[in-house]
Ligand binder design. Structure first.
Ligand code: AMP
Ligand code: MG
Length: 491
């Protein structure tokens, strides 16, 4: 088959605008081929929306691209340089096990990074092997696709392939490569890198590039860099509110894992909260609870302050004024976050308008949920359908009293009971990727090469607001476990 024909068939339409940045932002790379690639899962609908042909991707040549064994026409493989605060400590990082093939221009003329994760060592690998294991790559695939279906901005997963090579962790594990699709991989850490080690021109080039790529509507007349800061803050306020509303715990909100685009990025030790408790932490390495559920909004604010610091030289020539501008912008985050979160919470309770007492109505419910260790997702699902699951909270006089106040509140709005119910159905997912379900899917896939458990799970997770009968099974809680759920970075 001629190369040309193959490109047309697969639909790769790659551009490389990132490679137009100053050279210090990346290192161009050669591929590190793997022994015997095998397709484990391919995201057909995402492939199609990217303008890629599913059949061609599954062919030997198609697979070779997803395994990092072949460079598709138009690609310019590179590893990105970035820095970051990891658990509060600043350090140089960079793509240590990923390479950017290029930016796919879709039939709708949108631009998405196509990145191979687990594709081999790079100059930024430090002590790492540059590789990834199958379990964590499938975990990212499942959870990121679930987040997308929940209506939360996120990087997505196009495919996972195994390499036919073992990766050495505590034991030998099957090696895998995930193809990640992102609106870009520019992070707070990319700006930190430019600010710490780049020239003034480097920083400006990155900011201009980011504006053009993600915020093309920013008015050239205004202070463009202040707009950049404000817009990034707005997107994070929306994103983090959505995380909190579904009980998503990222687990490793280092500044290198905060995307400027406002997408959720880097699914390592993340997991969904079951019992409502703001102190919930799943990650085995987060011993201090820095990234606990209830801390996420504060950490986002902290990360954004680090972002703002990098922009100071661009905000104003007078550094005092620049600091003032940055502080003002940062201080808006908390309010923006709160208003997004309250709106979302009202929607979860079927409330259309605003009343002063809503805040206490919401807070009273949450404190009851905490006190009685109620399951976060299932409580809202039960309220939506007026079900009384066998949860302790529902039997208490406290709850009865709260329920009366809530019903009275609903009665004070113009919208009908049925519109309230519809709003709740749209705002309260029937299911989330439950930890025990995700583990079962991964175990079957990794240990038995049985992918059917994962495929069924992905299928029900793809429409979390459908509230269909076949989903009921997936809403069930696991049998009581004596051990707390723990997650690992999977690096
Ligand atoms: P993460 O915790 O996934 O955000 O990764 C933090 C940093 O460690 C990034 O610079 C990664 O590229 C790097 N890293 C993670 N795993 C590996 C690995 N197996 N080999 C090389 N670098 C890695
Ligand atoms: Mg990362």
């Amino acid at each position: 088959m001629s190369k040309r024909k193959e490109i047309i068939e697969t639909g790769w339409n790659l551009d490389n605008s990132y490679a137009g940045l100053p050279k210090s932002f990346f290192t161009s790379l050669n591929l590190t081929p793997v022994r015997s690639p095998k397709m484990i899962i391919l995201n057909d609908s995402l492939a199609t929306s990217l303008g890629l042909n599913v059949q061609a991707l599954q062919s030997e040549n198609g697979l070779a691209v997803l395994a990092g064994n072949r460079i598709p026409e138009g690609a310019f493989p590179l590893a990105q340089a970035y820095a970051g605060h990891q658990f509060g400590h600043f350090t140089m990082l960079g793509d240590g096990r990923a390479l950017l093939l290029g930016e796919q221009i879709t039939p709708k003329v949108e631009r998405f990074d196509i990145q191979l994760k687990g594709s081999g060592r790079t100059p930024y690998s430090r002590g790492g092997d540059g590789r990834a294991a199958l379990g964590p790559m499938l975990r990212e695939y499942i959870i990121s696709e679930a987040m997308h279906a929940l209506g939360i901005a996120t990087t997505r997963s196009l495919a996972v392939v195994t390499t036919g090579e073992a990766v050495i962790r505590e034991t030998d594990l099957p090696g895998a490569i995930m193809t990640r699709v992102a609106s870009s991989h520019i992070r707070v850490g990319t700006f930190q890198y430019a600010s710490k080690w780049g020239t003034a021109q480097d920083l400006k080039a990155l900011a201009d590039y980011t504006l053009q790529r993600h915020f093309p509507d920013v008015d050239a007349e205004e202070n463009r860099y202040l707009s950049l800061l404000q817009d990034v803050i707005k997107r994070q306020a929306v994103l983090i509110a959505k995380w909190q509303l579904v009980g998503f715990i990222h687990g490793v909100m280092n500044t290198d894992n905060m995307a400027i685009s406002g997408e959720t990025i880097d699914y390592g030790p993340c997991a969904f909260m079951d019992v409502y408790d703001p102190e919930t932490v799943f990650s085995s390495i987060d011993r201090q609870g820095r990234y606990a559920y209830g801390n996420q909004p504060y950490i986002a604010g902290w990360n954004l302050a680090r972002f703002a610091e990098t922009l100071l030289p661009l905000l104003h020539d007078d550094q005092e004024l620049a600091v003032k501008m940055a502080e003002d912008a940062i201080s808006d985050f908390s309010e923006l976050y709160q208003s997004n979160w309250f709106r979302g919470m009202r929607e979860k309770l079927g409330i259309f308008n605003e009343e002063q007492q809503d805040e206490s109505l919401i807070e009273d419910l949450l404190s009851m949920m905490k006190k009685y260790r109620a399951d976060y997702t299932n409580t809202f699902r039960a309220l939506t359908f007026n079900m009384r699951e066998d949860a302790v909270m529902f039997e208490t006089p406290e709850f009865a009293q709260w329920h009366e106040l809530w019903q009275a509140r609903l009665g004070r709005q113009q919208e009908s009971e049925s519109s309230s119910h519809q709003l709740m159905k749209r705002s309260n997912p029937a299911l989330i990727p439950r930890n025990h379900r995700v583990e079962a899917a991964l175990e079957a896939a990794v240990k038995q090469e049985d992918y059917s458990v994962m495929e069924r799970l992905l299928d029900v997770l793809s429409s979390p607001y459908a509230h269909s009968p076949e989903q009921a099974e997936y809403s069930k809680l696991p049998a009581q476990s004596t051990r707390p759920y723990r997650t690992f970075c999977g690096t």
